[in-house]
Design a protein around this ligand. Structure first.
Ligand SMILES: Cc1cc2nc3c(=O)[nH]c(=O)nc-3n(C[C@H](O)[C@H](O)[C@H](O)COP(=O)(O)OP(=O)(O)OC[C@H]3O[C@@H](n4cnc5c(N)ncnc54)[C@H](O)[C@@H]3O)c2cc1C
Length: 406
């Protein structure tokens, strides 16, 4: 009798890495990935960067070429949406009514754009940016002279603004919060990005709430604060919500994501959850977190592959993230939320290169590095070591980063 496969729901970045890690760990069983998109697992970061800009081709997005999955003994069931999990029977049901039994299940369903529930949000011309199909639709509109309004000044919205502005599109970003990227970076970095975009010709309005959209079948205007802004295209980027419904309906704990322990186990020993959909007791940070980042998806995939193959859990690194806008690379490591001191190296008000460090009781806990790869790399190490640092040295460009420890 053949053993049921390991089934992965969702064919995204986490699923692709999980298969790659299982191959590395010499997993002997069969794997089936069930994903509702038409593509094998692919990387999303380029969707708002080089792929959107037309600088790289579609095949560069794939985590692994299709032939890799064949060779790995992995079946890709694409264009197939999973509708339910029967934990008793250890089986999943697809929307088309097929049943597939599993020996172990990994939920890697990612997240989806938070929809805007506003009048006119369903008009043609109001779009979101999450998938290859979304980019292909948006790209058609990015022509010189077109008017693009981006709702939400987060990473995705601002990366799109950068690409569109370079193409000669008239871009306006509307952000409800008092500053852009408020959920990810501190005020100094937000102020820098507002300046950067203005220098590149993008209009940014913070503290501005959109109340609806208007048009005759197709989008013509964005309504905000009683004003009407003419627009050819709107892209909404106001955050993402985890795809955790399957887990919830199967009776698993969900709290802003599928609740998992440090090894990504749910309460059901046969089910793990990884990637954007998982809310993990973070092995380093002493709190439960749902991180929407490639680094987190990759680490969780490696952790689960090791667990499935009976190997020790791999070492986990400090969480990190990046964003590319124009000629500026932002690299962030650690979590700054609980800082008590901020130190700046370089001048955020001039030029395009500086770093902001976040300390807590003398310990470096996070960094936002703007075109400062050396500061980023060294900070990652210091954060992992839980090093006490000297704020005066940290802020002094003449002192090498390797010498900032106390
Ligand atoms: C435009 C964009 C830019 C980004 N840029 C960065 C960046 O610069 N740096 C960074 O670290 N992170 C970035 N991210 C975030 C990063 O891409 C995600 O954290 C990562 O993709 C998470 O991987 P995942 O496998 O959990 O989810 P995904 O890659 O989203 O994959 C989940 C898959 O599961 C599918 N699915 C969901 N429900 C079902 C179901 N019921 N049945 C079958 N399939 C299902 C989904 O359709 C999707 O294909 C970006 C994301 C976007 C959208």
């Amino acid at each position: 009798m053949s053993v049921d496969p390991l089934v992965i729901i969702g064919a995204g970045q986490a699923a692709g890495q999980l298969v790659a890690s299982l191959v590395q760990e010499r997993f002997a069983g069969r794997v089936t990935i069930v994903g509702d998109e038409s593509h094998p697992p692919y990387q999303r970061p380029p969707l708002s960067k080089k792929f959107l800009a037309g600088e790289i081709e579609l095949d560069r997005l794939f985590v692994k070429p299709a032939a890799f999955y064949d060779k790995a003994g992995t079946t890709l069931m694409l264009d197939t949406r999973v509708a339910g999990i029967d934990r008793q029977a250890r089986a999943i049901k697809t929307e088309a009514g097929a049943t597939l039994r599993y020996s172990a299940l990994v939920i890697a369903t990612g997240s989806r754009p938070r929809p805007l529930a506003l009048p006119g949000a369903d008009l043609e011309g109001v779009m979101y940016l999450r998938t290859i199909a979304d980019v292909q639709a948006i790209r058609r509109h990015l022509e010189p002279g077109r008017r693009l309004v981006i709702v939400g000044g987060g990473y995705i919205g601002l990366e799109l603004a950068a690409v569109a502005a370079k193409r000669g599109v008239a871009v306006t970003v509307l952000e409800q919060a008092p500053r852009v990227m408020a959920r990810g970076v501190g005020p100094i970095v937000s102020a820098f990005y507002e300046r950067l975009h203005r220098e590149e010709g993008v209009t940014i309005a913070t503290g501005t709430a959109v109340t609806g959209f208007d048009g005759d079948g197709r989008l013509e205007q964005v309504i905000c604060d009683g004003l009407r802004l003419a627009a050819d295209l709107v892209v909404v980027g106001v955050g993402a919500i985890p795809n955790s419904e399957l887990a919830r309906e199967a009776g698993l704990a969900v709290d802003n994501g599928i609740v998992v322990d440090a090894q990504c186990r749910t309460q059901d020993p046969a089910i793990h959850a990884i990637g954007d959909c998982a809310s993990q007791s973070h092995p380093l940070l002493d709190q439960r977190l749902r991180l929407e980042s490639v680094h987190s998806a990759l680490e969780q995939a490696r952790t689960v592959a090791a667990a499935i193959c009976g190997r020790p859990a791999p070492t986990v690194q400090t969480p990190w993230f990046w964003s590319d806008q124009y000629d500026v690379k932002l690299q962030m490591a650690g979590l700054s939320a609980r800082h008590d001191v901020v130190v700046v190296r370089g001048d955020p008000d001039r030029g395009r290169s500086f770093a902001v460090f976040y300390l807590r009781q003398g310990e470096l806990i996070a960094v936002d590095a703007v075109n400062r790869a050396p500061e980023f790399m060294m900070s990652k190490q210091l954060i992992a070591e839980r090093s006490q640092v000297d704020p005066a040295k940290l802020g002094d460009e003449r002192v090498a980063m390797k010498d900032v420890r106390l």
